[in-house]
Design a protein around this ligand. Structure first.
Ligand SMILES: [Zn+2]
Length: 330
């Protein structure tokens, strides 16, 4: 993988490319941004470019260094991952110890700390010591989707680069290139909210299944008094459904709401996100007020953003469903 293979985030790529050309890549970098937007991939390209035998500002992908980094067999590039959901002090002590040793085969050492927000307090303090005065040949790249959990003293010592979600158009284009029909690509690109990794790993059957579930959920939301029955009897309301699936079901639910607004406002139906549900949407559109739909969208957005902030899933759902009487002002 080289810079060209990272979709979107041109600004971040440009900054890194310029830093490489000037040989001024910061020693401490913090990549922030939601999951699936290419943070780790870019960190690896950076590590390759700093050690590439052919190119100065990108990975050539052919030389021995680029290939070894690609397969994870380059001794000067190390990834640090949480162990049992924590990055522990021992891992950071080990990083510090190695960071002061000159590179073994490459020009630069690179440490990629994945899910950096999972550092324990002790680990973060240990890391801080090296961030205060890093050796010139060592680069520490912290990656997080939750910068709020990184202590300010660490942040202040890093160059912070914020990644944006991958655009819907870019995701749709990639899916079409991979052979998806454009209608399906459009639906997937919407429901992954800029997470390219998710978009590439979803099977269409799964998407279809979740759309059906979302539609049933929607019907029970608008069917006065059905909610209690729905929650009691419907398997996907049980806790077993993982957070990620819920996020997608809610994302689809939100797309139905947006389609309802389009139909209600008699906008161009070619803009519908779920054109195959057009008939069903038109049937129920008359039953719902615009205020109700907007209220529904707000509630959904609240839960999804809560997921992204790692708030407690059960609490979020209690707040979503508990006042279901509110839903009954259809
Ligand atoms: Zn190379």
């Amino acid at each position: 993988m080289a810079f060209k293979d990272i979709v979107g985030n041109d600004r971040v790529k440009k900054i890194m490319c310029k830093a490489l050309q000037r040989e001024k890549v910061p020693n401490s970098i913090l990549f922030c941004g939601q999951e699936g937007v290419g943070k780790k991939e870019l960190a690896l390209v950076l590590a390759k470019a700093m050690n590439c035998e052919q190119k100065k500002d990108d990975a050539c992908e052919i030389c021995a260094s680029c290939r070894a980094i690609h397969t994870g067999n380059f001794p000067d590039v190390l990834e640090i991952h949480p162990e049992k959901n924590k990055i522990k002090i021992e891992q950071m002590r080990n990083l510090r110890h190695i960071a002061y040793l000159k590179p073994m085969v490459g020009r630069k050492r690179a440490f990629i700390v994945v899910e950096a927000e999972k550092m324990t307090g002790e680990a973060a303090n240990s890391l801080l010591k090296i961030l205060e005065e890093p050796p010139l040949f060592s680069h520490i790249i912290l990656i997080t989707h939750n910068p709020f959990l990184i202590i300010p003293t660490i942040k202040s010592r890093c160059q912070i680069l914020n990644f944006s979600p991958v655009s819907r158009e870019d995701i749709e284009k990639i899916l079409v290139e991979k052979g998806y029909e454009s209608e399906k690509a459009k639906i997937i690109s919407l429901l992954v909210r800029g997470n390219l990794r998710n978009a590439l790993s979803l099977e269409w059957e799964e998407v279809e299944d979740r759309r059906k579930r979302a539609w049933q959920l929607f019907l029970s939301l608008i069917g006065k008094g059905n909610m209690a029955f729905f929650l009691r009897n419907y398997p996907f309301s049980q806790r077993a459904l993982v957070k990620e699936e819920w996020e997608q079901v809610l994302e689809i639910l939100s797309s139905f709401c947006r389609d309802l607004i389009l139909v209600k406002e008699k906008s161009d139906v070619s803009l519908l996100i779920n054109p195959d549900y057009r008939e069903e949407i038109s049937k129920i559109e008359r039953l719902l007020s615009l205020e109700w739909i907007i209220h529904c969208l707000e509630k959904i957005d609240y839960v999804i953003s809560g997921f992204q902030k790692n708030l407690n899933v059960n609490l979020l759902f209690s707040s979503f469903f508990s006042n279901y009487k509110e839903w009954e002002y259809v």
